[in-house]
Every structure is written in C-alpha cells, then in structure tokens.
Design a protein around this ligand. Sequence first.
Ligand SMILES: *[C@@H]1O[C@H](CO)[C@@H](O)[C@H](O)[C@H]1NC(C)=O
Ligand SMILES: *[C@@H]1O[C@H](CO)[C@@H](O)[C@H](O)[C@H]1NC(C)=O
Length: 388
Amino acid sequence: MARQGHTAWLFIAGLLLASSIASAQTSGDCGSASFQNGARTFQRCNTMAVLGASLHWTYHAENGTADIAFRAPQTSSGWVAWGINTQGSGMPGSSVFIASQDGAGAVSVTQTVLESTSPSLNPSTLRFRVPVAPSAEYANGVYTMFATIELPSNSTTQNTVWQAGSGNTASLGAHPTSGANLQSVQRLDFLSGQSTGASNSRLRRRNLHGILNAVSWGILIPLGAMIARYLRMFEAADPAWFYLHITCQLSGYILGVAGWGLGLKLGSESKGTTYDDHRNIGIAIFCLATLQVFALLLRPDKKNKYRVYWNAYHHSVGYSAIILSAVNIFKGLNILKPASGWKRSYIAILATLGGVALLLEAITWVIVIRRKKSNKSQYGGANGNGRA
Ligand SMILES: *[C@@H]1O[C@H](CO)[C@@H](O)[C@H](O)[C@H]1NC(C)=O
Ligand SMILES: *[C@@H]1O[C@H](CO)[C@@H](O)[C@H](O)[C@H]1NC(C)=O
C-alpha cells in the first residue's frame, strides 16, 4: 500500500538521520598535537566526539601497558577526567584520573573508582595497575594528563569514559547531566585505534528512541488525527479516510511503542540520572494510545445511540495523547540536547501541522455552514459520523 511505503520511507530516513548524528566527528586532527614541547610523542590518537577531548597513546603489546595523554579544554576553575570502566559501560564502575587545580593554580591528578553516579571522590586504588605515577599540566585553557596503565584483563579493547565539570581540587563539583556530558563514553581499541563511540551503544539508542518517538507520536499520529477530522467531510474520500486514519495511527502506534520500550530500557539502565516527568508522561501517552486501539474494537455502529459518547471519548483521549506527546518530545529534546537544528525542525513540523490544521478547520466550517444552508438533510458535519 502507498501509505505503508511512505511510512517505511520515513522510518528509514529517521534511522539514517539517527546514525549520521551518532557517527559524526569521530576522527579529527589530533595527530599534530605536541606534548611537553615535543619531548613526548604518542603513536596513536583519537579525537573524541564530545567535550573537545582527545586521547593520545602508545600501546606496548609485550607488557600490555599503554602510555596515554588525555587532553581537554577547561577553565582554570574546572576539572577534566578520563578513565576505563572495568565493570560495564558508563560512569558507575569506572576507574578514573581527574585533573584539577587548587586555589593557587597547582595542578594535580586524583585517582578514584566511581562506585555510583554520585560517588565519593576520595582517592582509591584503581581496578587496573598504574605502573607510572600520573601527572597533569594546564596551559592556555587546556588540561593535559599523562598516565601509564596496564590495560585491564590485558585486553586492547576497553570501555572508556571522560568528563568535565567545575570545582577545584578541594571540592570537585558534579558535571552537567545532559547533552554532551552524557555522550562521553566510547569503546576504544588501543591496538587498532578504532573507536565505537557512545554512538554505537547508548547514544545511538537514545537518538533512535528520539527519532522513533518524534516520527510516531509527533508526526504520524497527529497526521492521522487530521486525516480523520478533515478528509471525512469530502464524500469522495469516504471510506478512504478511515483506512488512511487507521494506517497512520497503527503504524504510529507500533513505531511509538517500540520507541517507548526503548525509552523505558534506557531509563532503567540510567541508574543515577532519572527523568521522572519524561518517563511518566511517556507512560501516560502509552496508556492513552493503547486505550485508543481497544476503543477501535469496541466502536459502536454509527447509528448506535452510544456512538456519540464513543466519539467524544475517542476524540478527547486522542487529543490528550497528541498534546502530551508534543510536550514530551520537547522534554526529550531538552534531555538529549541534539544539535539545535533538530529542535528547530520539530518546531517547524509542528507549526506546519498546526497551520494546515487551522486552515482545514476554517475550510471545514465554511463547507459545513454551506451544506447546512443548502441541504439540511445531508448534513455531515466536521464532527459528524461521516463514515458509511
Ligand atoms: C612496557 O614495555 C615498554 C616497551 O618495551 C617499556 O618501555 C615500558 O617501560 C614497559 N612498561 C612497564 C610498566 O613495564
Ligand atoms: C598481554 O598479551 C600479550 C599478547 O597479546 C602478551 O604478549 C603479554 O605478555 C600479555 N601481558 C600480560 C601482562 O599478561
């Protein structure tokens, strides 16, 4: 069916967009970096996707160690950190090096294991060997931290994390918990230099969640509602509008539930940071939309006297779900903080749908009033029961 072809196309376009934002900027010009006035060099480097950071290293296969330099911009009243998560991915379980300054500008490195997302930052023994004491320097708004580590389990592929926040050595502040600061993880192969960013795991899934939900709840379902409201008044469009409406809503519902489930999974994986409003609104939208699917099965015949109540119920639940969806998509955009173009695009889509709806609403009323005047017996009404 043409409609399904269109939906599939939207879906594929969404996936392509999601993977392109996820895979952007993984390589860069880190090879020209100089360390300690050229006194130190590293064989490989990797420009990280976020926080302006880069990692430079030399891997020694014979003893499984890597000499590393982590470089990231920061103000003198902030800290930067880099580490390896030996337990999984993300922050909890990571063994990290934190470079910071005291009030006098002296730079030091703290080694600690982050046991949770609100960890104690007291120095502790890392979960891998650090054969050479780490050091750090700060110049021209950039920290550079040097360390030699024995790669955990003598594996060249590691889940790495990095971060930046404000505060000095005596009181390190928490880092921001949105946008780039939640995308600063990647799996890095110290042997080949290949990295699969957050893009490959969490960030990609977060983007996919955003795209699925914006396309389904944010576009397909309002479009389906508009089809039901405005197409039905054209006799020629009956019963086509009904099947278009069902196709839009069902494909929207299926994609939307997939996006919703992914969102719940992401939420359950994110131990420390929770977005209660976003989650609860999402659950409410799912319940309302599921009610709509069941409402379809219970729909009385159009001549049934209860049909008018069913219509009122179907419309109020539907419009509530659409309004909550728009609210929740903005909440999601504020959490994910993608490039500003995404928010603007969504606002443009919403404004277009809204503008078209307003125009059609006006046309509908003109047609309804004309029909009423010319032939009362054939009244179909904007909210009438146009389906034959
Ligand atoms: C590991 O091997 C490299 C190269 O042979 C050597 O330079 C380095 O000192 C060794 N590191 C340790 C901790 O043994
Ligand atoms: C690590 O693995 C390499 C081979 O990949 C081996 O040559 C080396 O001895 C191992 N090092 C340690 C400390 O186990």
